[in-house]
Design a protein around this ligand. Structure first.
Ligand code: SAH
Length: 252
């Protein structure tokens, strides 16, 4: 059996209880060495075999899983954040299907939420934005034409950019082209929840120069939108003049 496990954004205590138990019981762990906190491996069994997938191809990863399966062993495939976001798990799951190896997925705290906590931000504020766009700038991995940043920019919803910290010039250009005001607030969170976390508050216009000055070019999220600003409406749920399923309005 193979368990795909979300390791969380960085801090070793931000893995789920289920994920932690799977690590403790694994015979084999294949972890994404570039972003998974190695401290998480300390709770592995003494005889657990540990592989860093940063040095492996898809074929090599599958071969390790297959070998463990033949021996009746349990493999944990440890991915950063939540495996459903840029985790490349689908291609692994499809290979396991072909080999009739059973697998399950254990969710994790995505860095997008790690970053929100670090920013003490709420991504969905009434009358500001009620949607979150999770996307990336186009780099070596192509992005479908309809999802170009300049297209998505039209919504002006809260936007979280993964895998784009080396492309800040392009991000700026496409967001402005899509209609954002140059002074729209932006936060860059480098290594959210790790001890070396760094937060940069800037604007779309100043994004490339500020990121350059702060020397942030990898392992960062770019958060764009007015939810980072000061104006919003309060929620209806806790409004004294509003009746809900659980509470009568106390004021008119
Ligand atoms: N599945 C992961 C994302 C993997 S893609 C998740 O849910 O978070 C790798 C990208 O995620 C990085 O390039 C960076 O943009 C972002 N990332 C991962 N961990 C991060 C962290 N702790 N802080 C900021 N960005 C992070």
């Amino acid at each position: 059996m193979v368990n795909f496990v979300g390791a969380g954004p960085g801090a070793e205590d931000l893995i789920t209880v289920r994920g932690q138990k799977l690590i403790e019981n694994a015979d084999v762990i294949i972890y994404a060495g570039s972003l998974v906190n190695p401290a998480l491996l300390q709770s592995a069994k003494e005889n657990c075999r540990i592989y860093n997938s940063a040095y492996m191809t898809l074929e090599e990863v599958i071969a390790v899983m297959e070998e463990a399966e033949v021996k009746g062993q349990m493999t944990v495939r440890l991915h950063t954040g939540d495996p459903a976001i840029y985790g490349a798990i689908r291609e692994q799951m499809d290979e396991l299907e072909k080999r009739e190896i059973t697998y399950a997925v254990c969710p994790g705290v995505s860095s997008l939420f790690g970053a929100a906590a670090s920013l003490r931000a709420e991504y969905t504020l009434p009358e500001v934005s009620q949607s979150v766009i999770i996307t990336r700038a186009e780099g070596r991995t192509p992005v479908p034409e309809k999802e170009k940043l300049s297209e998505l920019a039209g919504h002006q919803a809260t936007m979280i950019l993964f895998l784009s910290s080396g492309l800040s010039g392009k991000v700026k250009e496409e967001l402005l082209e899509g209609g954002y005001a140059p002074d729209t607030p932006v936060a860059v969170v480098y290594k959210a929840t790790w001890p070396e976390e760094k937060i940069l508050y800037t604007t779309i216009e100043k994004l490339p120069e500020d990121m350059k000055r702060e020397e942030i070019h990898k392992t960062a999220l770019i958060v764009v939108g007015h939810v980072l600003g000061d104006t919003y409406a309060k929620s209806k749920l806790y409004d004294a003049t509003f009746t809900t399923e659980f509470r009568e309005a106390s004021r008119k």
